[in-house]
Write a protein that binds this ligand. Structure first.
Ligand SMILES: [Zn+2]
Length: 373
């Protein structure tokens, strides 16, 4: 009976139609800790034109989640400011209800069951109203026990605190580490990285923001054998011509490598240096960026390449042609590999520019890992 009730309330909350009803508070949540002015604006807007905000918020729910996650994360380091913001947002609410001060801020309907947090860095709150004091921080897929649902679209937890219904789901979100072994992997999925980018697996291949990913965490299928991708070859051609006009010369040392080729390449390095050492510079089969078909090693596989005219030019200009330096200097802990100034990866001009200008490795930019289990 209680289980039924929960399923009922869950269904209501998760249904697109009900997201509509969740939407005004959801929109208000965006303002938590970030702008008290927005919080007030939104609460007025809610009463003034509910239908309009409903449509847009329902569609933007996913993004709103990640923004909320980031905002709470930011303000977590700045507790005093946050509590100030919270107390500042409350007076208007009190003023509005001064004439009927005995009316509760929300009502609770009993519910029971276990739900999962569906985003990172969400906080339970002391009241079932947006902007109220934060109590406890939760991470993706933390399990919580629910004891009630409120008419303000919050779930009450067994510790008496509240989490908005948008941030709790019936099942766990599939996380990236489960893609470790493509042969044992589950089916296709779509999720969000902690940085809010779409990560999806289609036919055993993982894409983040549309970019095919092969690293220590994400594998490519054994039979994925595309050869060099035409768009990457074209971009390299363009790069080579532009460089030639400046008297510089680029040639391919290593381009596409199949699973089988990588198997023998890696085995060779392991035989020479051992697994631990080989793993810092060579990929295990199925994990190689070269198997994507978007990758080239140019000119020289030696650190000294970085200081040659070509190496300097490549670092400065490869983004203009849609490439990134895939394993930048000092980013080993994120990429899983040592600096490789000669290894460029095609991601398209727009994304290459964004990633390069960010100063981050691809893994940091998108919030993904690169580690062997
Ligand atoms: Zn390489």
């Amino acid at each position: 009976m209680r289980r039924d009730q929960l399923v009922k309330t869950l269904a209501l909350c998760l249904l697109p139609a009900m997201l509509t009803a969740c939407a005004p508070s959801e929109g208000s949540n965006l303002s938590d800790g970030s702008s008290e002015a927005t919080a007030e604006n939104i609460s007025y807007t809610d009463t003034a034109e509910p239908q309009e905000s409903v449509t847009s918020s329902a569609e933007g729910t996913t993004l709103a989640n990640s923004e909320e996650a980031e905002n709470t994360s930011d303000s977590a380091t700045d507790a005093p400011q946050d509590s100030t913001a919270a107390s500042k947002t409350e007076p208007p609410e009190i003023e509005i209800t001064t004439t009927k001060s005995n009316i509760p801020e929300w009502t609770e309907t009993p519910a029971s069951g276990e739900l999962y947090v569906n985003t990172d860095n969400i906080y339970s709150r002391i009241k079932a109203v947006q902007g109220s004091e934060k109590v406890k921080r939760y991470s993706l897929n933390d399990k919580v026990t629910v004891v009630a649902k409120t008419d303000t679209d919050y779930y009450k937890l067994d510790d008496g605190t509240f989490i908005h219904c948008d941030y709790l789901s019936e099942s766990e979100v599939v996380v990236s580490t489960e893609t470790q072994n493509e042969e044992n992997s589950g089916g296709d999925y779509t999720a969000l990285t902690p940085n809010g980018y779409v990560i999806e697996r289609i036919d055993g291949i993982t894409y983040v923001d549309g970019i095919m990913i092969a690293n220590k965490t994400y594998t490519l299928p054994k039979d994925y054998d595309p050869g060099i991708k035409p768009e990457a070859a074209e971009a390299l051609d363009e790069l080579q011509h532009a460089a030639a006009a400046e008297g510089l010369s680029f040639f391919i040392v290593s381009g596409y490598r199949s699973y089988a080729t990588q198997e023998s390449v890696y085995a060779g390095w392991v035989a020479r240096d051992g697994v631990e050492q080989a793993d810092t510079y060579s990929s295990r089969p199925g994990h190689s960026d070269h198997q994507t078909g978007y990758t080239f090693d140019l000119n020289s596989l030696d650190d000294s390449f970085a200081d040659t005219k070509e190496g300097i030019w490549l670092a400065e200009h490869c983004a203009d042609f849609g490439f990134i330096i895939r394993y930048p200097k000092g980013k080993e802990m994120y990429t899983g590999y040592v600096y490789e100034p000669w290894h460029i990866r095609f991601v398209g001009k727009e994304k290459a520019r964004l990633i390069t200008d960010s100063g981050l490795s691809l893994e940091e930019y998108y919030g993904i890992t690169s580690v062997y289990e």
